[in-house]
Design a protein around this ligand. Structure first.
Ligand SMILES: NC(=O)c1ccc[n+]([C@@H]2O[C@H](COP(=O)([O-])OP(=O)(O)OC[C@H]3O[C@@H](n4cnc5c(N)ncnc54)[C@H](OP(=O)(O)O)[C@@H]3O)[C@@H](O)[C@H]2O)c1
Length: 139
């Protein structure tokens, strides 16, 4: 049995996604950015989040308490990784190559567009949404 596979991502106004291994707007204390982080941790509480090695090392220590972060590698077939969590909700946690590979399994996308206009070295690709099964919801 496959788990319930979901994604919660935040993007800048032009699709900015990452910068130097972090969120491009990290440290911004404006309301929209603070609320986005709070919402991410609320939605993922009690669930599994799978992520590539670079995103994994960026997770703050305190976040491990309430959710199960799992580092995944490209040598692991996505279907086999997901089959390890049959009764769980699994969030795909990035980065871009991971969304690319896992998009066909993602049943719900939650995309929050933030008021950020600055630089990035990783970008959101809207084609990921089209690889997901029909019925996937985009916010
Ligand atoms: N804005 C957002 O919502 C959001 C969300 C997540 C991440 N990010 C940002 O994204 C950036 C990090 O992403 P990144 O791509 O540089 O590094 P990453 O998080 O390490 O993710 C990419 C790596 O994941 C591994 N991987 C595991 N399973 C894979 C699969 N099935 N197919 C392909 N690759 C797989 C690969 O490394 P190996 O080949 O070595 O295994 C790949 O190079 C950071 O800036 C982070 O903040 C942003």
């Amino acid at each position: 049995m496959m788990p319930d596979v979901r994604a919660v991502v935040a993007i800048g106004l032009q699709g900015q996604f990452g910068l130097d291994g972090r969120l491009p707007w990290e440290g911004n204390r404006e309301k929209a950015f603070v609320e986005d982080v709070e919402r991410f941790f609320k939605l993922t509480r009690g669930h599994v989040i799978i992520m590539g090695p670079r995103t994994f090392v960026s997770v703050p220590e305190w976040a491990f308490k309430d959710r199960d972060f799992v580092e995944i590698r490209s040598s692991e077939p996505p279907a086999e990784v997901l089959a390890r969590f049959p009764d769980r909700v699994v969030f795909i946690g990035g980065g871009p190559p991971v969304y690319e590979a896992y998009a066909p399994f993602i049943r719900h996308w939650d995309v929050n567009r933030l008021p950020y206009k600055g630089p990035a070295d990783r970008w959101f690709d809207p084609r990921w949404l089209l690889k997901s099964p029909s019925g996937a919801v985009t916010v």
